[in-house]
Design a protein around this ligand. Sequence first.
Ligand SMILES: [Zn+2]
Length: 843
Amino acid sequence: MQRTLLSVFLFFFSILTILAQQPKKLNTSEIFEAVQKLNVLGSVLYVAAHPDDENTRLISYMSNKVKARTAYLSLTRGDGGQNLIGPEIRELLGVIRTQELLAARGVDGGEQMFTRANDFGYSKHPDETLEIWNKDKVLSDVVWAIRKFKPDVIINRFNHRNPGSTHGHHTSSAMLSMEAFDLANDSSKYSEQLEHMDTWKPTRLFFNTSWWFYGSQENFEKADKSKMLNFDVGVYYPQKGLSNNELASLASSQHLCQGFGRLTQRGSQQEYVEFLKGDFPEDKTDIFSGIDTSWGRVKGGQAIGDILNNIEKHFNFRNPESHISELLKAYQLLQGITNEHWKAVKSKELKAIIEACTGLYLEVSSNTPTVSGGGSIELNIEALNRSNTTLKLESYTISTNNEIVEKNTVLEANQKQNFKASVSIPKDMETTAPYWLADQGTLGMYKVDEQKLIGLPETPRSIRVTFKLLINETTAISLTKNVVYRYSKPDKGELYRPLEIVPEVSASISDKVFIFENDQQKEISVLVKAGRNNLEGHISLNHPEGWNVYPSQQKINISNKGESQTLAFTVIPPKFQNEGYIIPKVNINGKIYSKEIVEIDYSHIPFQTVLLPSKSKIVRLDIQKRGENIAYIEGAGDVVPESLQQIGYNVVRIKPEDITAENLARFDAVVVGIRAYNIVDALKYKQQLLFDFVENGGNMIVQYNTSRRIKVDHIAPYSLTLSRDRVTDEFAEVRFLNTKHELLNYPNAITAKDFEGWTQERGLYFPNAWAPEFTALLSLNDKGESPKDGSLLVAKHGKGHYIYTGLSFFREFPAGVSGAYRLFANMLSIGKDNVNLNKKLND
Ligand SMILES: [Zn+2]
């Protein structure tokens, strides 16, 4: 069901977004809106923690109704979330969610900013968050965002006053915003930034409150609103044919990987902001009250405003070109003002309007989507003046060599001009992959040293062409275009991709984790991909001590760019439990490469090429197991089946309709995927069959489900109450409640060591009450909380065992955590020896 809905959304958005990836050209109505916006010199910065935290209704309202320059500062890129549309997690998910934010801003008209904070996963308290993040660095980045964007008004999504009531990242975002509000204007703070940017004093700070923060609509109605401003964010925009909240829904529906596709909303709707800091607005209907947001704000602005306000007042919808000479006059005056901030912001806006009024089509496309340093590309430059304005292309400059190519060509009305250019790419040119992933960061922070890159949503394109145009024989304007790659697909039409610089070679190992359950060797293959033609070199595999890899080195020979070669290595594990990483080292003329290229291709965002360190974990397990055949019932999706196959189990995925007594009899154990009872309706009718299977000697292992929206009346054969108890600290001490229990001793003796190296968390949604038939085996808790004993519960039921566990095996398996495998093997094996024993005795 979910899948169908999703494909419907993907279908609609593919229409919207294929167009969105094309460089945008404004129509008359959009030009008029741009002129209206040009005449507002006010700005709003919205601050929260994750992609999708942002209130698009308010961002859209500020951008489209108030016409303020509006930005969303998301402290993180959302690496820690879940992906509902594909396999990408962690860094790669952060790349997708970054692009989804940009797509959302493309709809609501906002801009997008970030910090270096990494979304490391769920955090209960800002104290923990700010310890894992480098608080000082993130605060510095928020200060940087304020100094750079220079907002008059800042709006926090979250309440800084109630730590512990929501995700720690959320509260932290509000707390940091509160601090940065004051620090941004203090030149003694983060003074290294002042080399690039002035200090800035925002006028006021708000919290975007709602009834939700008051527990109920009733409470909110009674609340003191003397310090609150409210806006009707349901206003209608006739120029767009859309209500503001409709537009906002379209924007937040861009967050597809989080399943945020949703129905649009219309009609009057109030949005509230609570005043926190700065100058209280005298006029409560105006968020900019007391701030001059007209051209009068900047010295020399009045004359510019006179021209532009007149254009706005008498805008010619039939022929916007008629405003060109006035627009040029305003542009010339604008170049003379001393306020560098507004000069830069408004020049960019004004140039886009002038370009649109002439219908100018200026595009630089490459003959290839990718190129590596030292290579070359052919550019096709298309210049077309679709107006009667006199446009002269004086010259263009390509950023790779900054050579000025004189043209001095008049662009006649509607006569297309094409130029070709061959471009050599400098050998040391940086790749265009996401800059924040270039160096290894920490759990809580990306490593970005270059101040100017910090906060940018994307890596700036390094191959650009700057055109110098003379308009109406009076005004010189330069326009810079990134190079694009244009192609078509029979079923999709014309498509665009950014031109990307990739390394000359990349290498990826087939899997991220290899589990060796005994001392048998495994063959591991490495895919080497050429970023240029005629690639020659050799490859070896770095490995931990005690392991052996054959052959030690292999030759690489690939003729064509984009082609790849697969090389197999034999990996021999040591005799005892041991783990480490293998890393491919590709040597091309003495230069060593060990990164892999990951391509991300969805229709709602531009094509992404990501470079990541190429490495895989190899684990030699000391593991014993009983039983052989496992049935797996799918839930929200986890890699438990593949992981159990890696340790030698025979795993069969069974659909709810195939759950019959007869089918189940073939298995030693049934494993239920995460959240299966939350999302699979059909399981309602299968529970009794599963319990019968346990009674007859099978083992049933149920992984975590959330306490709300459970589709079955009885999740276990004995009473069991799920709660929201979770232990997010992956280092939390694990105490054994019943050291003698079979599950902790057989066939593997589980010790504290098996809980070392866990990742992201210990577990979630533990039961907090259970029938006496259950035995609780482990006790653990986060710092300062009471012990949680429900993470692993086992009950003998008939001849078999029922086990409920909220431990995060689904996170530990893909990370190759050996203790998680050993404990899971015990869960599958429980009672199995006795069965064999009994059989033997009966024979
Ligand atoms: Zn969030």
